[in-house]
Design a protein around this ligand. Structure first.
Ligand SMILES: NC(=O)c1ccc[n+]([C@@H]2O[C@H](COP(=O)([O-])OP(=O)(O)OC[C@H]3O[C@@H](n4cnc5c(N)ncnc54)[C@H](OP(=O)(O)O)[C@@H]3O)[C@@H](O)[C@H]2O)c1
Length: 279
């Protein structure tokens, strides 16, 4: 398997490079490959001849997507469409990362891969468009929907992770400022990357939900004085309270880990790095 990872400078991309390290993956950051430039994509595929391309690149600042839907669709839909077309021509499988924002958040139970989609935001709509466009070129695709990612690299959109923000607020003695009325499955990028490797190796193509298992909400963790409800604009884009994804029989999550294990593993590495201990 020759693996090429697009968006390798990002939080999930960098952990995918790690998860496939023994195979010598080609990890390309945004500077090395811009998927909005078709000629650059074709040159890259011709040069490296990957058998598996993993696309983590996205325009995923949910608020900015509302004001710049053109950018959201350019990267999340049109560039994904071109990448899939070029993978089909090159005979490469495509692993494309998608999101829980393709759902409306109204469901009382977690969403399975077959649940009806109904995105409410420009971001979610552009990601769903990307999923649909990919399918018209390839049978050999994996669409991996995940949720609430955090990783050691940190999000390029926010510049920090959620857990990092909580640790900083706590260490500075500041009151916690958290949204307390959504339930989701925050997922550690190392665990998600490891699960993606296992899915790719099984070669059963299709759509998968990959998150840390279980659910999480700040409701219990935060005293009411420190927490705030989801801002109304955000609620409009995300839907109501439940953006939880669950796997179905398609993906038996053997070895997939609960949310709290993800958080614990992250904090251990994060604190080690801060103390300059070996990770
Ligand atoms: N973050 C979440 O909570 C979350 C939740 C569910 C799903 N997802 C999905 O998971 C994937 C990875 O998310 P992440 O949190 O790892 O994001 P990330 O840290 O922002 O990584 C994405 C990477 O893609 C690069 N990129 C952006 N536009 C590109 C382009 N046109 N061509 C090539 N590279 C480009 C970015 O580079 P620059 O920063 O230099 O532009 C960045 O390094 C995305 O598809 C996202 O939609 C994320």
């Amino acid at each position: 398997m020759r693996v090429l990872i697009v968006g390798a400078g990002g939080q999930l991309g960098s952990d995918l490079v790690r998860a496939f390290a023994d195979l010598g993956p080609i990890g390309l950051d945004h500077k090395a490959l811009d998927i909005e430039v078709p000629s650059s994509v074709s040159r890259t595929l011709a040069r490296y001849r990957p058998t598996v391309v993993i696309n983590t690149a996205a325009f995923h600042n949910v608020e900015v997507c509302e004001t710049r839907p053109d950018r959201a669709f350019a990267v999340n839909a049109l560039a994904a469409d071109d990448l899939a077309a070029q993978c089909a021509l090159a005979g490469a499988q495509l692993v494309h990362i998608s999101t829980d924002y393709v759902f409306d958040g109204q469901s009382p139970v977690a969403y399975g891969e077959g649940s009806p989609t109904n995105p409410l935001s420009a971001y979610g709509t552009s990601k769903l468009a990307g999923e649909l466009l990919i399918k018209r070129h390839l049978d050999d695709y994996f669409i991996i929907r995940t949720s609430g990612l955090y990783g050691i690299r940190g999000s390029s959109v926010k510049g920090y992770t959620f857990i990092e923000r909580i640790l900083t607020q706590a260490s500075e003695g500041r009151p916690l400022d958290v949204v307390n009325d959504i339930t989701f499955s925050p997922s550690y990028t190392r665990h998600v990357a490891d699960a993606i490797r296992r899915i790719v190796e099984r070669r059963v193509f299709g759509t998968y939900h990959v998150t840390n298992t279980g659910r999480s909400s700040c409701k219990r963790a935060s005293p009411p004085s420190c927490a705030r409800p989801l801002p109304s604009g955000f609620r409009r884009w995300r839907g109501d309270r439940n953006s939880r994804l669950c796997g179905t029989a398609r993906w038996t999550p053997s070895g997939s880990q609960p949310c709290r294990h993800g958080a614990k593993a992250f904090v251990t590495i994060y604190v080690s790095a801060k103390l300059r201990l070996p990770g």
